[in-house]
Design a protein. Structure first.
Length: 365
């Protein structure tokens, strides 16, 4: 890590240490209330540290300012680049000096990245801690595919309970994790909804954490989390080198047999990664709801199917990628729909609809 990156991690760690005792008391109280006094919390946290993977979701076919696609950049460079370098984002498009993302990072990391001489390459890369071992990654709202990072990369990460743009109070590092574990147990008590999964009792949460060593090596393509908003965000404070830091790419099956899918295979061959395919998402245009992400979603789905889906009546990740590429290359063709930023936001939101309501991918002929 560079000096700025080390300062950022230490800043979050110091904040987390201030609430660690309180967080641990919350966990102990909840365990005692369920008759689980004998559970060793330190052992649970050690399991997380040793076996949980950070996943970095991305859309492989989105275009960079250089004209290359994300997947072409990964193949040629061998590193995953953050939004301050690429100028693209699957969340807020404010990764520039003085932008919202810059201000969020200034607050979260104690101005570590606002010091003179700090480069965009040093800025954190964003992912999620995949405690539930979801096949679509910890935070699929940010992409149809994801990198699976090796457990030791977590040592260079900071974590927040929820997206950093919300200014979350719950934050920590992999060695000061109680402030992030406590809200998981609180959720198990209050709603039994934990990181996108329903019916997670305190006892089941304990069991899942105890079995991380075996669960982390399982890959079940159908085990989709669809967790759009409920995740532990990971901020990776170092270079993400594919050959050394990643162990797999898990891709959406709509790219299988396409140029993008072939490039994903090349990446895995070149850098020694495993390539897996999760079950994917597809949706009939007529089934797109009007009350989730706004009334523009169904007419947008219809337009995208007509222009890029050969009017098969379905949308999927690859078809949405063609629409995003068209907007990038020919924005004038979308002027009747809205501004560039508005249209891009709508395409992102349609992806959220697909994740939330889509059925497993099945090639439509």
């Amino acid at each position: 890590m560079t000096e700025a990156q080390a300062r950022a991690v230490q800043y979050v760690r110091t904040d987390a240490l201030e609430v660690q005792c309180l967080s641990r008391s919350v966990i102990d109280r909840i365990l005692a209330g369920d008759g689980l006094n004998a559970i060793d919390v330190d052992s649970l946290i050690d399991n997380i540290r040793r076996f949980a993977r950070v996943t970095v979701n991305f859309h492989p076919d989105r275009l960079l300012i250089t004209g290359r696609s994300v997947v072409e950049g990964l193949l040629q460079d061998g590193v995953y680049r953050g939004q301050f370098e690429t100028s693209i984002s699957n969340g807020s498009r404010t990764a520039f000096a003085g932008g919202d993302r810059d201000r969020w990072e200034e607050h979260l990391f104690g101005k570590s990245y606002q010091s003179p001489g700090v480069t965009n390459e040093e800025r954190p890369k964003y992912g999620g801690l995949n405690l539930m071992n979801y096949a679509d990654g910890a935070s699929p709202r940010f992409g149809s595919c994801h990198l699976v990072l090796r457990p030791y990369v977590s040592e260079r990460c900071t974590f927040t309970f929820g997206d950093s743009f919300t200014g979350p109070e719950r934050k920590g590092t992999i060695d000061v994790f109680s402030p992030l574990l406590a809200p998981l147990f609180e959720a198990a008590v209050s709603t039994q909804e934990v990181l996108g999964s329903d019916h997670i009792s305190v006892a089941l949460l304990v069991e899942l954490l105890q079995k991380l060593s075996s669960r982390s090596n399982e890959f079940i393509p159908e085990a989709l989390g669809r967790s759009l908003d409920d995740y532990i965000e990971a901020q990776v404070h170092a270079v993400v080198d594919l050959a050394n830091d990643a162990e797999a790419i898990i891709a959406d099956p709509s790219f299988r047999g396409t140029p993008t899918g072939n490039l994903l295979k090349e990446i895995c061959h070149k850098y020694g990664l495993r390539l897996g395919w999760h079950a994917g998402f597809q949706m009939e245009v007529g089934s797109v709801p009007s009350d989730f992400r706004g009334p523009a979603m169904q007419p947008l789905a219809l337009r995208i199917d007509q222009r890029f889906g050969n009017e098969k009546g379905w949308i999927n990740a690859a078809v949405l990628g063609l629409a995003a590429a068209s907007l990038h290359d020919h924005p004038e063709e979308w002027e009747d729909w809205g501004s560039y930023d508005e249209t891009l936001q709508h395409i992102k939101q349609l992806w959220h609809v697909l994740v939330r309501f889509g059925s497993p991918f099945n090639c439509v002929t």
